[in-house]
Design a protein around this ligand. Structure first.
Ligand code: ATP
Length: 268
């Protein structure tokens, strides 16, 4: 039967560039790499350019790589396929190669498409380090699929990794992942932006000072900041219900969350 991982993903909600905090230059680069070939394939062909087939987003987890990929795919109304590197490490010999082939075939059929390949390092690590020939075969297969698809085929692969240093160098050769975009930890001004984005729907107490929170959250990822905001909202709800939340991963989180006061007087 058809494996569900090669079905396109229906996105839970519409995600746009406006949902991405900070990352302006990163967004610009990604748009340049993806929008042109997917939106204007004829133009690209007429100009005789070889559009990029792959974009590699790298950097620490939780900083917006997935968000960026979803936003760009939605913007160009591309079919979005989402797979994770580790899913391909099936012990069944040949299964993974087959899945990969089907994935690329589906993407071409449903073009314009974005294939989002999360954690690609799971199998595409430096082949000299590969412990089994199995992984090596898989990388080779992946590369030949990338090389093989039609230049005009409106398919772009967006892959992510937290470990650029262990990636198979062959992936970085021209015509493969030509665009490599670093997605770093948010700076102060970006943290403020992210906090604002994640509290837009919350009735915040007027004393809440997001710039100050941004100051105090050095080292926090976008995901960490989103979690703080979500927790603050949950606390407001549990208060309104007369309960008390007592579970805290760290006292700093507790301190910071207490500064995001969500007012829920109208709740009852
Ligand atoms: P991983 O490498 O773990 O897959 P990632 O870089 O893909 O991480 P995302 O999945 O994009 O990270 O981020 C996780 C969640 O954190 C997002 O759904 C979003 O709620 C929040 N988030 C992260 N970065 C940002 C950002 N720059 N702007 C707004 N929200 C963000």
């Amino acid at each position: 039967g058809t494996n569900d991982i090669i079905e396109p993903v229906k996105m839970p909600k519409k995600i746009s560039y406006h949902d991405v905090g900070g990352l302006r230059e990163e967004t610009r680069l990604l748009r340049e790499a993806v929008e042109l070939p997917l939106r204007y394939p004829e133009l690209v062909q007429d100009l005789g350019i070889k559009p990029p087939k792959g974009v590699l987003l790298y950097g620490p987890p939780g900083c917006g790589k997935t968000l960026l990929a979803q936003a760009v795919a939605q913007e160009v109304q591309a079919t979005f396929f989402s797979v994770k590197g580790p899913e391909f490490l099936s012990p069944m010999h040949g299964q993974s190669e087959k899945k990969l082939r089907e994935l690329f075939a589906q993407a071409e059929k449903k073009a314009p498409s974005v294939i989002f390949f999360d954690e690609i390092d799971a199998f595409a690590f430096d082949r000299s380090r590969a412990t089994a020939t199995f992984e090596a075969t898989l990388v080779a297969q992946f590369l030949s699929l990338m090389d093989g698809f039609d230049r005009r085929g409106q398919v772009v692969v967006i892959a992510t990794t937290n470990r650029l240093d262990i990636l198979d160098r062959a992936l970085l050769r021209p015509g493969r992942f030509d665009y490599r975009i670093r997605v770093s930890l948010p700076q102060r001004i970006d943290r403020e932006h992210i906090l604002r984005l994640h509290t837009t729907k919350m009735p915040l107490d007027e004393k809440v000072d997001l710039p100050d929170l941004a100051d105090k959250t050095k080292g926090y990822t976008g995901a960490d900041l989103a979690a703080l905001c979500a927790k603050a909202a949950l606390i407001a709800v549990s208060r309104a219900l007369g309960q008390d939340m007592n579970h805290w991963p760290s006292s700093l989180d507790k301190e910071l969350t207490s500064r995001i006061k969500v007012t829920l007087e109208d709740f009852n």
